[in-house]
Design a protein around this ligand. Sequence first.
Ligand code: BTN
Length: 325
Amino acid sequence: MVSLKILELLSDGKFHSGQEIGSQLSISRAAVWKQMQKLRSSGVDFSAVRGLGYRIESGIELLSTEKITFCFSPITQRICSTINLLKVVDSTNTYARRKVEESASNGTLIIAEYQSSGRGRRGKSWFSPLGGSIAFSLVWDFERGTQVLDGLSLAVAVAVQRAFTELGCSGVQLKWPNDLLIKGKKIAGILIEMMGDPLGEFTVIIGIGINYKLPHRSDEIIDQPHTDVVSEWPQAVSRNVLCGCVVNQLIGAILSFERQGFSPFSEEWLQNDALIGQECAINTATEIHFGRVLGVTKRGALRLSSFDGGENHFVGGELTLRSDA
Ligand code: BTN
């Protein structure tokens, strides 16, 4: 893909003329211009100055397997021994699913520089701009029925939050069941999908997307309040290091979750819960319930106060905050 080669060239944050890019890639200046438009539509911001050329302000840190795995503990290194670092993919979750069908093993990791059809929860799309997001999926085999999965998505959210904290990025909060927010704005999301026999052996694909550096026009693309790592912690966090730390925390969290479920994560969740005390509605497949958020149970269910002074627990459903409605 020509535009990826141009991205590599411009990743240094310096000006490169159309002529220079054209001669490096053996294409005409008009073709360079066309490729630059492709880059823009893949979510890359750049400036074009007559006489100087094209420049990505402050450059782009491209992903590198070496730099990502540098952050791995020995146990993560052993478990995630198969890493597919792709430049472009439709969705890392969809790709992982195809790999599982071809018998990908436990711990296979699919990381992408760019997703052309990233997927979010509830059939929504997920925007992963080229060079500006962290998007990966992990394949994990479980041996007992799906009920053992209660709370997995919350444990994964805690793992991502731990990685931020480890890197000195404070203020990340958790929104049930698995969103990560900064002051109410989404910075990361999790999509967990299951394959196989829900009563026996099955495989889970854990997809994590983090907004690293969104383009200026992200408001036109993302339909909810959002933010990114570079805006929240300017120059503080390397994209490769963050990716590596998240994978590392994720492996530690899953190993603990396999042994003890969500319970050991529940205190940490409550300390960082973005919703406690807020009025909300939860839409299960059959009913809508209203109440005030009390927190989560030891199994990761949402606790809502009911009007008669009692409380109800929900393991699934679409949550809407009254303040957002
Ligand atoms: C959500 O909050 O709606 C979930 C977003 C999950 C996005 C990640 S990015 C890596 C993986 N591949 C996908 O297509 N989706 C997940």
